[in-house]
Design a protein around this ligand. Structure first.
Ligand code: PMP
Length: 416
């Protein structure tokens, strides 16, 4: 970390941040909650929960339908959330922001509406060995329908993408490259701008899965140079049930709808229906209006802290976490990437990760155990699963030390 980053990291008042998360004050099994599973879903700050409540109590109505004041007010708040997300991502145009249910739905939308119509037998979709199942299975489904193939960029022993292999694998049949920005298991931060430049130089569109990046790193789609980017509100201090797909407007304009219903049409008759312009064409039916409105507060929460500051603060936590894990006998940290964000996965010699998770729960510690929806990555390391600790901006240095102490004790106990 350079000096500037260190200075910014120190300037984050973590106790003031924690005070915004009431759940962090609770105990679990009689112990103070030590929440290290934010990669699965983050906790929620007061301003997000209060906005949900306020919206339902004061401004709630369905959007884009009523001529009455309340519906117009709800529609306005929904529009403002879209513009907040547009600014947050550095998008050129609000029409490039599509509200969906989750990262999973965003990727499925691209698979069905963008890729499927242009996929021919023998075509290839490039993914990587470190993808979450959400960035594998939708491509397999459309590939299966079209006799196309999913081709996999390997991961090195260090837990990084093999960029030489990626270069070689970008071929004349590659129709899309789908890559995660941050691995939800290893925490590896991939050089997605460099990867997008490589792919686009060969005319290959790029989808970036930013589910694990949006809460931790500055995001600027113009600087990234990708074609599609997806993230989920619930991992970024926002509500469940809301996700965002950003796509270049020219793609959205050329894409057919993938779900039909209310709100996505221009005119409907039994002779034929015409569709609305993006983003509405992709937003059939009543969305999670309150969730979208409250997402704006999650965005404001992150922006108020500053994304560079969050990244610097968390980088110091992750470095300490990795160092402490490395000192515990029997613990093996997966990968050694040059840059990690939030997540560190590990195994313990002679101890099953499930047993470890159960024992840690008794100490008030929440970590994730299992395959973390990344079975192929675990297979790559010869594992069925692992334990994963992941941090967010509300975790403290003291919590990392306490976690490592509890973990060392628990392992000693389990290994007898
Ligand atoms: N991609 C990555 C990298 C993830 O970590 C996750 C969630 N674990 C997803 C996609 C899927 O997100 P969601 O379940 O919110 O759709």
């Amino acid at each position: 970390m350079n000096e500037l980053a260190a200075a910014t990291a120190e300037s984050l008042d973590v106790e003031a941040v924690r005070a915004q998360f009431p759940i962090l004050a609770r105990t679990v099994n009689g112990r103070p909650l030590l929440f290290l599973d934010s990669a699965a879903s983050s906790q929620k700050p007061r301003r997000v929960v209060e906005e949900l409540r306020r919206f339902y109590y004061e401004d709630y109505a369905n959007i884009h339908r009523g001529v009455y004041e309340l519906s117009q007010r709800a529609s306005q708040l929904h529009d403002q959330a879209r513009r907040a997300v547009q600014r947050f991502l550095g998008a050129r145009d609000w029409r490039e922001i599509v509200f969906v249910r989750s990262t999973t739905e965003a990727i499925n939308l691209v698979a069905w509406s963008f890729l499927r119509p242009r996929l021919r037998p023998g075509d290839e979709i490039l993914v990587t060995e470190m993808e979450h199942h959400a960035n594998i299975v939708p491509w397999q489904i459309v590939a299966g329908e079209r006799d196309a193939r999913v081709v996999v960029v390997p991961v090195t022993d260090a837990g990084e993408l093999d960029l030489d292999a990626l270069r070689r694998m970008l071929g004349p049949r590659t129709r899309l490259l789908a890559v995660t920005w941050v691995s939800n298991v290893l925490g590896t931060v991939n050089p997605v701008a460099e990867i997008a430049a490589l792919a686009r130089a060969r005319g290959v569109p790029v989808l970036v899965d930013a589910a694990q990046a949006a809460p931790h790193l500055p995001v600027d789609v113009a600087a990234l140079g990708c074609d599609f980017l997806a993230f989920s509100a619930h991992k970024m201090y926002g509500p469940t049930g809301v996700g965002v797909l950003w796509a270049r407007l020219e793609h959205l304009e050329a894409m057919p709808p993938w779900q039909g219903g209310g709100d996505m049409i221009d005119r409907v008759s039994f002779a034929g229906t015409t569709f609305a312009d993006p983003p509405f064409r992709f937003e059939a039916g009543t969305p999670d209006i309150a969730g979208i409105v409250a997402l704006r507060e999650a965005v404001a929460f992150v922006e108020a802290l500053g994304r560079a500051r969050i990244a610097a603060y968390e980088a110091a936590l992750v470095a300490r976490l990795e160092a402490r894990l490395g000192e515990i006998p029997g613990v093996r940290v997966l990968g050694r990437p040059a840059r990690r964000a939030s997540a560190v996965a590990f195994t313990v010699d002679g101890v099953h990760h499930q047993d470890l998770g159960t024992m840690l729960d008794l100490e008030g510690v929440c970590i994730r155990t299992g395959h973390h929806c990344a079975m192929p990555l675990h297979a790559r390391f010869g594992l069925a699963g692992s334990a994963r600790a992941s941090v967010a901006v509300y975790n403290t240095r003291e919590e990392i030390e306490r976690f490592a102490d509890i973990l060392a004790r628990t392992i000693a106990l389990l290994r007898g």
